[in-house]
Design a protein around this ligand. Structure first.
Ligand code: FAD
Length: 536
């Protein structure tokens, strides 16, 4: 008779086999824990397994976007480009899984449906979609900040006769857009990356834009062997530096952070922006230290980018539509390869849906303001229910059977973005309230995994059964995150950092914009015997 299997020998269940889940498994094994990973996808890689859309690549340089925990790994892996493509990152992650012999601890094609805490036994019961039931002392949610796709609910979706894709769930076999008219909905990072590539292939592309993006050129290129040699000779130091910078970048952070934009006269300031623009990438926003704190300073950077858009885009009306008037950096900046230039093509059209949203899909296309734009395929580049989406899609219940969704009804509450009061022995990697998406995420992941591993090792050694945050520590932390966010300009637009892209989601600023200070705080908490945590 087939029925639910049970397995009571597990110390730790890890949900998710992206970068975070893999490193957590490796680390847990390193301290002798019996750990099991459940992953809903049919392969490892997380973000880089799912996001196979045309043009998908990382906007952190490859030499930075890689694990630093193992010297041999970082020496042996050869990146080919300044910004790695999705296939190259996925190859890297597969290599990590093989190199550290992780695959036998991972169950693929298995979505975790629920995780319930049993107070008498101090164990979590984890149930999967395939009917497996496992109990474990610890649970680590390595479910990803950007893994729960946000597919907009648009009337008439079932009526559309063509194909519909979301960039975050791209078919493995790829999509053939040749001879097709394609609609791309959304102009965040995934839209900015995919639109130029889709336009190269398709017959015609119509871009539906609600909010224009600020994009800085990538100037992607093959890696210079001399640079690689130089970095590898000093990799350990690079990684140390990365953990001390606000962005989690080691060598590419660049100087300038100590200078205020408003301290320079307009010409000198423009020269700094120009130099950053020519260097390319996300370091543009690090040109000055007041860009995310002073509206006046921010305006100077925004104006510079708008000038660049006007230079590139031939039609002034289209250029104006593509030019954001919001705070630069309060939404995640995009790094592009020919994005603005794409709108000079005669086979690319821009439809502004800020004032008149998409009304419905019809059998033949996308209807806006009574006009149907006929297309053969629709690509939703509409992003994710970020940071809390993947967690809230699991039925997580802590002490007294309280659901996490209930505890987080008004927005996420955590201590250090690592744990939630009432949910003992359950950890989140890059959870809300930690720097996460505001830093180079692989650096944030390593810091979290190592911190959690140290705590688990200590608990096992000292015979500690449970750990959870004190209620006061948690509420003080939430206040602190809000305070830090409130002195920045991050509230200046409707971003996914605030949950504004998902209808009905509480508007709470979720990541903490202070990576080095955060790391220091985590270190101090641990050094003080895990201050703010109750160890039972
Ligand atoms: P993920 O890679 O998201 O992995 C989480 C895994 O958990 C997924 O495989 C998912 O299937 C699985 N999962 C979730 N829920 C369940 C469940 N209930 N049951 C079983 N499995 C589950 N970060 C940067 O620092 N720089 C970048 O340039 C950058 N570019 C990005 C580009 C895109 C298109 C996207 C989407 C993200 C990007 N990110 C970037 C963020 C990226 O998510 C992180 O860098 C990193 O890959 C996160 O790893 P992770 O393991 O924490 O989460």
């Amino acid at each position: 008779m087939s029925g639910p299997q049970t397995n009571d020998d597990i110390d730790l269940v890890i949900v998710g086999a992206g970068l975070a889940g893999l490193y957590m498994l490796h680390s847990a094994r390193g301290i002798g824990l019996n750990a099991r990973v459940f992953e809903s996808g049919s392969g490892v890689g997380g973000t880089w397994f799912w996001n196979r859309y045309p043009g998908a690549r990382c906007d952190v340089p490859s030499l930075e976007y890689s694990f630093g925990f193992d010297e041999a790994l970082q020496q042996e892996w050869e990146w080919t480009e300044r910004y790695p493509t999705q296939p190259e990152i996925l190859r890297y992650i597969d290599h990590v899984a093989d190199r550290f012999a992780l695959r036998d601890g991972i169950t693929l094609d298995t979505r975790v449906l629920s995780s319930h805490y049993d107070e008498p036994t101090s164990r979590w019961t984890v149930t999967t979609e395939t009917g497996e039931v496992v109990t474990a002392r610890f649970v680590v949610m390595a479910t990803g900040c950007l893994s729960a796709a946000n597919v907009p609910k648009i009337e008439g979706s079932d009526d559309f006769a063509g194909e519909i894709h979301h960039t975050g769930h791209w078919p493995h076999e790829g999509v053939d857009f040749s001879s097709k008219r394609v609609a791309v909905v959304g102009t965040g990072s995934s839209g900015v990356q995919s639109i130029p590539v889709i336009a190269d292939e398709a017959d015609h592309v119509t871009v539906f834009q609600r909010t224009p993006a600020y994009a800085v050129p990538a100037y992607n290129q093959p890696l210079d062997p001399a640079e690689v040699e130089q970095v590898k000779a000093d990799y350990v130091n690079w990684r140390t530096v990365a953990r001390r910078t606000a962005t989690g970048f080691g060598g590419h952070a660049r100087s300038g952070e100590m200078q205020a934009a408003l301290d320079l006269d307009p010409d000198a300031r423009a020269a700094v922006y120009q130099e950053r623009w020519e260097y390319g990438g996300l370091t543009f926003l690090g040109a000055f230290n007041d860009l995310l704190f002073s509206q006046e300073a921010n305006d100077t950077a925004a104006e510079f980018v708008r000038g660049k858009i006007a230079d590139v885009v031939d039609d002034p009306t289209v250029a104006a539509r593509l030019s954001p008037d919001t705070v630069i950096g309060c939404k995640r900046m995009c790094v592009d390869s020919g994005y603005y230039e794409t709108f000079n093509r005669s086979d690319v059209a821009l439809v502004d849906v800020s004032a008149t949203p998409i009304e419905r899909l019809t059998e033949t296309g996308v209807q806006v303001d009574g006009v149907v734009h006929d297309v053969d395929a629709i690509v939703f580049a509409t992003g994710f229910d970020a940071m809390t989406g993947a967690l809230n899609r699991i039925d997580i219940r802590g002490r007294g059977g309280v659901p996490l969704t209930e505890k987080w009804a008004a927005g996420p509450l955590t201590y250090l973005g690592l744990q939630v009061n009432g949910f003992p022995n359950l950890f989140t990697i890059t959870g809300p309230g930690s720097p996460s998406v505001l830093a180079n995420m692989i650096v944030a992941i390593e810091q979290h995994v190592e911190w959690i591993t140290d705590l688990l090792e200590r608990m096992v050694a000292d015979g500690v059964t449970e750990v959870e945050p004190e209620p006061q520590a948690e509420s003080d932390w939430v206040d602190y995150v809000n305070l830090v966010a409130s002195i920045t300009l991050f509230h200046g637009c409707s971003s996914w950092y605030l949950g504004a892209n998902v209808p009905g989601k509480p508007r709470v600023f979720m990541p903490l914009p202070a990576f080095p200070e955060y790391k220091q705080k985590c270190d101090e908490v641990a050094a003080a015997g895990y201050e703010g945590f109750i160890l039972t």
